[in-house]
Design a protein around this ligand. Structure first.
Ligand code: HXC
Length: 257
């Protein structure tokens, strides 16, 4: 399917979404949201796809929500339409999503990266929540997801000053899982996605659910939830196949059932 603001393609069992509004450093406008939702829905409907990579250009993952589109909005209208809430669908993707970030990931761009399951950054990546410099605050989860990712001190520093942090600081802080040379970024992210896509889809999806539950509940409930998911995986063909393959010293052939 052809889109105006992004390129959606498949590489084997991996989906690759490339944000493509170079004239605006991939600023996230309503068309990007609409198209991203459509692309994600198509990839979720495609049984063959086991993981998604989302990336931007070398210069920018995304420089934020589109300021020119937001500039003249009025309170009553955005309150009544619950402006921004559509991004929740992106955050709720059930298949694993990896953000491959090069250049600017600012405001909504940083927030979009944080909606993914993990972030692989190029050495050129710059993360920030500069909304405060525009007279607003993060609106797509920055004050919440950034704080959970890096803790209060660093989140306050970034959200209150609007400064950017480089890839090394982002890795030290726990925002990104790996930093790689710019020319390695896409290969590294696609390889991670391919690895995930080669595994049993039910176990991958439950692993994602279990880790995410750690942010939503108490330790006791989280442990119970994890254990129940663990138990339920013994109802799958893939658990039988995965363990048999280990014992028989061969590669498993998962059927994702
Ligand atoms: C609309 C944007 C944009 C944005 C860049 N552009 N960011 N357009 N919305 N968020 C446009 C510029 O207007 C310009 O187009 C072109 O992209 C290139 O940008 P430059 O500023 O000329 O590039 P440079 O000097 O290299 O500076 C890069 C930059 C700067 C540091 C990233 O563009 C910048 O500060 N951008 C805004 C970052 C920001 O504040 N993001 C948070 C947005 S609020 P023209 O045609 O003008 O030359 C937000 C809220 C999220 O994200 C939650 C609510 C939805």
């Amino acid at each position: 399917m052809a889109y105006e603001t992004l390129i959606a393609e498949t590489r084997g069992n991996v989906a690759l979404v490339t944000l493509n509004r170079p004239q605006a450093l991939n600023a996230l406008n309503s068309t990007v949201l609409k198209e991203l939702k459509a692309a994600y829905a198509a990839f979720h409907a495609d049984e063959a796809i086991g993981a998604i990579v989302i990336t931007g250009s070398e210069r920018a993952f995304a420089a934020g929500a589109d300021i020119k589109e937001m500039q003249s909005l009025q309170f009553a209208d955005i309150y009544k339409s619950d402006f921004i809430s559509g991004w929740d669908d992106i955050a709720k993707a059930r298949k694993p999503v990896i953000a491959a970030v090069s250049g600017f990931a600012l405001g909504g761009g940083c927030e979009l990266a944080m909606m993914c399951d993990f972030i692989i950054a190029s050495e050129t990546a710059k993360f920030g929540q500069p909304e405060i410099t525009l007279g607003v605050i993060p609106g797509m989860g920055g004050s919440q997801r950034l704080t959970r990712a890096v803790g209060k001190a660093k989140a306050m520093d970034l959200v209150l000053t609007g400064r950017m942090m480089d890839a090394a600081e982002a890795e030290r802080s726990g925002l990104v899982s790996r930093v790689v040379a710019p020319e390695r970024l896409l290969d590294e992210a696609l390889a991670a996605a391919e690895k995930i896509a080669s595994l049993s889809q039910p176990s991958v999806m439950m692993a994602k659910e279990a880790v995410n539950r750690a942010f939503e509940t108490t330790l006791e409930e989280g442990l119970r939830f994890e254990r129940r998911l663990f138990h339920s995986l013994f109802a799958t063909d893939d658990q039988k196949e995965g363990m048999a393959a280990f014992v028989e010293k061969r590669k498993p052939a998962f059927n994702h059932r």
